[in-house]
Ligand binder design. Structure first.
Ligand code: UDX
Length: 451
């Protein structure tokens, strides 16, 4: 089938590559000429495991092309995917400027029936606004053609996006007409294996499904972070509690990891946008507001622990920071908890020596040569001359470090762990003071570090 995709960001690029991978003829369009040139050379603008090889393979096979020529893409694809960004507006609502510009661009060259697919995460009612934008332009051009606007939200996890696309748990197909539903089912047939993974519904429900999924996941995390704070105060260990509650299949073990707060391009933005939508229809979304507030507070958790440990005396101290990306296997630092932590440490007069397996360039782009920040080539180099170690992202590389080496580099044998990846009993035995999230602090040799 012929597919055109507007936007070669994270979602557009993965979607384009995966559709090409199963034999479709795909054109990806972007207004950014440099990016298109880069992609034509086979260079990826983002890091995502498996993406580069898939893009190059399909480009070489002639099934995946990159262009700035929107008219050619509109002519090409029976499906016109809109996969551009929807950043948060000042009031938290999703900014639809890019989505509506693409709708207008499609209508500017559309001559016959096209299926316009909203892939971007967009508020309920956006399909109607896309339709209005298309109608306006078609009318102005005097072109009369039928077309469909459908909602097909993505559920890709960064770092696992290729797998999520190729082997989806579900594909939401939001259509208000039978023809586009049939066509989308055909397009997704190669990914619909073992049992039916396609879930069809009306457009508005599909739009809301995306927000509902992300808000539910964010709620699980904030719930656990709230519990971690309570555990701290009552002297319980949230990790024991997590294991205890996850055993109930109604609760489950997924997505109940307490931590330094959720980040990334989706949860913070989508929880805000859904709350905004609720306000717009005169509903006060109390739970969603709390989810966001708890997360905001959680991003200060580790800094508060550090400040308490040093009794407020942070000026002139140096901290080794392991992990900058908002989660492992990505170089994405949008809303990363590491940023809030670094900024608080700098404000308190401390400095940071940081290492991340993938996000060093991104950190450089964000912070440049900022005083108080040294970027290091290895986890070990980041430790040199520091007071303590802070772990902010649970990269595998950090899971089983040489603790003797860590101790030999640090002025104080102290570890602050924002992801609960170490065993308190082991660290206590090795002579560390260990601060994690929602776990009783342990001091060297302490028997209280219950294994
Ligand atoms: C998310 C959704 O999972 C995905 O379905 C959607 O399409 C886009 O948003 P992503 O932003 O890539 O994907 O990251 P995800 O793996 O969901 O993690 C988000 C944040 O939550 C990270 O900061 C992570 O550290 C945090 N998290 C996750 C926790 O703190 N605890 C958990 O138990 C799980």
């Amino acid at each position: 089938m012929r597919v055109s995709i507007f936007g070669t960001g994270y979602v557009g690029l993965v979607t384009g590559a995966c559709f090409a991978e199963v034999g479709n003829d795909v054109i990806c369009v972007d207004v950014d000429a440099d990016k298109i040139e880069q992609l034509n050379r086979g260079e990826m603008p983002i890091f995502e495991p498996g993406l580069e090889a898939m893009v190059i393979r399909n480009r070489d096979a002639g099934r995946l092309r990159f262009t700035t020529d929107a008219a050619m893409a509109v002519e090409h694809g029976d499906f016109q995917f809109i996969a551009v960004g929807t950043p948060s507006d000042e009031d938290g609502s999703a900014d639809l400027r890019h989505v509506l510009t693409v709708a207008d661009t499609i209508a500017t060259s559309m001559e016959s029936h096209r299926i316009i697919v909203d892939k971007s995460t967009v508020p309920v009612g956006t399909a109607d606004r896309v339709r209005e934008a298309v109608d306006r332009r078609l009318q102005q051009r005097g072109v009369t053609t039928s077309y469909s606007v459908v909602s097909n939200p993505e559920f890709l996890k960064e770092g696992a996006a290729i797998n999520d696309f190729m082997k989806p748990e579900r594909v939401i197909v939001g259509c208000d007409d039978a023809y586009s539903r049939e066509q989308l089912h055909a397009l997704y047939a190669p990914f619909n294996r073992n049992h039916d993974r396609l879930i069809s519904m009306d457009v508005r429900s599909a739009e809301l499904t995306k927000y509902a999924a992300n808000a539910m996941l964010a709620t699980k995390i904030s719930f656990m972070n709230e519990l971690a704070n309570i555990a701290d105060r009552v002297g319980a260990d949230i990790e024991r509690v997590r294991i205890g509650i996850g055993a109930d299949p109604r609760i489950g073990y997924h997505f109940i990891y307490p931590g330094a707060g959720y980040g990334g391009s989706c949860f913070p933005k989508d929880v805000k946008a859904l709350a905004r939508t609720a306000h717009d229809v005169d509903y006060v979304p109390q739970l969603l507001q709390a989810v966001e507030e708890v997360n905001d507070r959680q991003k200060h958790y580790l800094f508060n622990r550090i400040r308490e440990h040093y009794r407020g005396d942070l000026a002139g101290r140096r901290f080794a920071l392991w992990g900058l990306s908002f989660k492992p296997n990505t170089d994405d630092m949008r809303e990363a908890a590491s940023r809030r932590l670094m900024e608080s440490l700098w404000e308190a007069g401390a400095s940071v020596q940081a290492f991340d397996p993938k996000a060093m360039d991104e950190t450089r782009r964000l912070y440049g040569d900022r005083a108080g920040l040294t970027l290091c080539d290895s986890p070990e180099a980041a430790l040199e001359g520091c007071d303590a170690l802070v772990v902010m992202t649970e990269w595998n590389l950090f899971r089983s470090p040489d603790f003797e080496l860590i101790r030999s580099h640090l002025a104080d044998a102290v570890i602050f762990d924002g992801r609960n990846i170490y065993d308190p009993a082991v660290l206590a035995r090795l002579g560390f003071q260990y601060h994690a999230i929602g776990r009783p602090p342990v001091t060297p040799g302490e028997a209280g570090a219950k294994a």
